[in-house]
Design a protein around this ligand. Structure first.
Ligand code: LLP
Length: 407
């Protein structure tokens, strides 16, 4: 990809996504479960750009959503209602109501209190809510603590015994229909065994539920497949699929998975321009127009993304790559080797397609970056760069009324 040309055409900071790669990854995962009923529900939170969603919907993907906003995004691009799942530990009444009215496939319930609330809301609408319960299997996913979710000390899901009680309650309810069972133990997983351990625990519960004539049709194994940022090893998809099928021991269910990062992570590049280089007596800094508000993963998780200076290959000295935001925590990389840079050079951050733009903000009143896709060698803008007016719009009317009051 000619990042120099893209940067000059669309300006920087900029996100660039390789749609051919997205297709490849979606299909690889879908094919891993061939010959089995399966549904790949892309985790919208990883990258929720409407063009990304539309591209995946056209490939046949379903969607895993964690807010009604994400559900609406999925519906907006023509996703099929029966391929949309709504998860999350704290859904509001309005969100539950809207999800029910839209008749999506499943609402993933994460507590007894939520189950009762959903039942009330479904009763008010005279509808039957198709539910799945998120089981917290108490398994250590061995990933960054902020994105580890399968331990009982994490806020997610309910333990197996509580889940069983919830299913029994749901079976007797006129307004609830137990339909799926769910777990998700964490993100950026590079070891298969915790996923298989979790699948075995949840599969055992599935067997117990079936003995109680609770008919679960969907076995949702969550997302979490890790990608290569540096020298990690990805989980082999064949082993992944076989491991899950093995844990199910022949139980007839549709397997659902919710990959986010796996599909879009390595499809994305964050492109920034060098503003200055400086040496402060102790350390060399390459200052770019991209910052922590654009890509927060390095600052928030200490994540390492590979970075290169486009068109230059001699990596001479060690430096920190930093942005203009007024915090020492504002960096894209620390202590990496880069060639000597000058103003206008292009810096490319790899592995930025997942949790990059979707976690970006307007901190320091910075306009959020533009997004571009490249498909079959052709580039296209899929989100225009924000302008100052976009950022202040929700505040302006109040400023004017305060002005009027003061007069
Ligand atoms: N399903 C559920 C219930 C989830 O909570 C998540 C991610 C996924 C699926 C998708 O996980 P993935 O396949 O992308 O690993 N901001 C963090 C990642 C947070 C993940 C939150 N949940 C990061 O930048 O690493």
């Amino acid at each position: 990809m000619d990042f120099k040309e893209l940067a000059s055409k669309y300006k920087t900071p900029l996100y660039v996504y390789d749609f051919n790669y997205i297709k490849e990854r979606y299909e690889a995962l879908k094919n891993a479960f061939y010959a089995r009923k399966s549904l790949v529900c892309y985790a919208v939170k990883a990258n929720s750009n409407l063009s990304v969603l539309k591209f995946l919907a056209d490939l046949g993907a379903g969607f895993d959503c964690v807010s009604i906003g994400e559900v609406k995004r999925a519906l907006m691009v023509g996703a099929k209602r029966y391929q949309i799942i709504f998860s999350g530990v704290g859904k509001s009444d309005e969100e539950l109501k809207e999800a029910l009215e839209n008749e999506i496939l499943l609402i993933n319930v994460e507590s007894f209190a939520e189950l009762l609330r959903l039942e009330e809301i479904a009763k008010g609408l005279n509808l039957k809510a198709r539910i799945s319960i998120r089981v917290n299997p108490g398994v250590d996913a061995k990933t960054h603590p902020y994105i580890s979710t399968g331990l009982n000390e994490n806020k997610f899901g309910v333990d197996a015994q509580t889940a069983k009680k919830m299913y029994i309650h749901a079976k007797t309810s006129e307004f609830l229909e137990p339909t799926g069972i769910h777990f998700h133990i964490g993100s950026q997983l590079t070891s298969l065994s915790p996923i298989i351990d979790a699948a075995k625990i949840v599969s055992e519960l599935l067997r117990e539920l079936r003995a109680l004539e609770i008919d679960i049709k969907f076995f949702d194994v969550g997302g979490g497949l890790g990608i290569i940022y540096n020298d990690e090893k990805e989980i082999n998809l064949y082993d992944y699929a076989q491991g899950i099928l093995g844990a199910l021991k022949g139980q007839d269910v549709t397997i659902v998975c919710e990959p986010g990062r796996f599909i879009v992570g390595n499809a994305g590049y964050f492109v920034a321009s060098v503003l200055y280089e400086k040496f402060n007596g102790k350390k060399r800094f390459v200052i770019t127009d991209g910052a922590m508000n654009d890509l927060i993963r390095p600052s928030l998780y200490g994540a390492h993304h590979k970075i290169f200076a486009y068109g230059k290959d001699e990596n001479l000295g060690t430096c920190d790559v930093v942005g203009p935001v007024c915090e020492s925590g504002d960096f894209l990389a620390k202590d990496i080797k880069l060639p000597e840079c000058e103003s206008g050079d292009i810096i490319v951050v790899k592995g930025a397609g997942a949790y990059g733009f979707s976690m970006s903000s307007n901190y320091n009143t910075r306009n959020r970056a533009a997004e571009v896709c490249v498909l079959d060698g052709k580039d296209r803008l899929i989100r225009r760069r924000e302008c100052f007016e976009d950022v202040v719009a929700p505040e302006i009317e109040f400023l004017e009324s305060a002005d009027a009051r003061a007069k």
